[in-house]
Design a protein around this ligand. Structure first.
Ligand code: IPE
Ligand code: IPE
Ligand code: MG
Length: 232
């Protein structure tokens, strides 16, 4: 249990390919993917990880065919309302990062309610990145800073951090991406400055608790230097 990452981020990729390989519609892959997300939340609770951020929908994903976007939104709505009671009972603090205003109103309400109902929970913080992109988050942070009327000399690393959607959360230590793609796709650009990266060929709907544990073990063996020289 030593050297556990405090904050794990997951780019849950490969749902569409998983479905296509089986002659199913892409949405079936998303449905199966949501089940895997539940397994990984459970595993994070068991391990005692502080923050788990799941990348569920990017700003760029709005450009997908309309029927995929709308079915994804329906799935999200069902999933969020159904799982809310469990989140509360498990002591999970729920948060969403991203450009929430672009989501259907109904989903915005569910999100706000869930955040409120779980805000005093102190076990795992579960962060859902929805309608999220790192660049958009940074641009929105700059706008908020300008609106707040901050002077240039008042702005530093920590102050900037407090204007991001992830305000108050530790930086991400480990980013896992499934489906063999080796890119960040606009995920946690600022927060992942020193994240360790873990890539696997496994498609997200096949990503098990066991494989999650392998990723964590891999992280525990890494030597993190943060640009300095380790004393011998
Ligand atoms: C990830 O799976 C889920 C979302 C981006 C919503 P994809 O839908 O990107 O699946 P592939 O990459 O096309 O297989
Ligand atoms: C990244 O996956 C976004 C999510 C997993 C939500 P994409 O499938 O959208 O990313 P690209 O297009 O491969 O970069
Ligand atoms: Mg993809």
């Amino acid at each position: 249990m030593e050297n556990l990452p405090r904050h794990v981020g997951v780019i849950m990729d490969g749902n569409g390919r998983w479905a296509q390989l089986r002659g199913l519609k892409r949405i079936e892959g998303h449905r199966r993917g949501a089940e895997r997300a539940k397994d990984i939340i459970r595993a994070s609770l068991d391990l005692g990880i502080e923050v788990l951020t799941l990348y569920a929908f990017s700003i760029e994903n709005w450009q997908r065919p309309e029927d995929e976007v709308s079915t994804l939104m329906e799935l999200l709505e069902v999933y969020l309302s159904r799982e809310l009671i469990d989140l509360i009972n498990e002591g999970i603090r729920f948060r969403v990062i991203g450009n929430i205003e672009r989501l259907p109103l109904q989903i915005q309400h569910i999100i706000r309610d869930a955040e409120k109902l779980t805000e005093t929970n102190s076990r795992l913080t579960l962060v859902l990145a929805l309608s999220y992109s790192g660049r958009d988050e940074i641009v929105r942070a700059v706008k908020k800073i300008v609106k707040a009327g901050l002077e240039p000399e008042e702005i530093n690393d920590g102050v900037f951090d407090s204007f991001l959607d992830t305000k108050g959360l530790p930086p991400v230590d480990l980013i896992i991406r499934t489906s063999g793609e080796m890119r960040i796709s606009n995920f946690l650009l600022w927060q992942g400055a020193y994240a360790e990266l873990y890539f696997t060929e496994t498609l997200w709907p096949d990503f098990t608790k066991e494989e999650f544990m392998l990723a964590i073990q891999d992280f525990q063996r890494r030597e993190r230097r943060f640009g300095t020289v380790l004393s011998s």
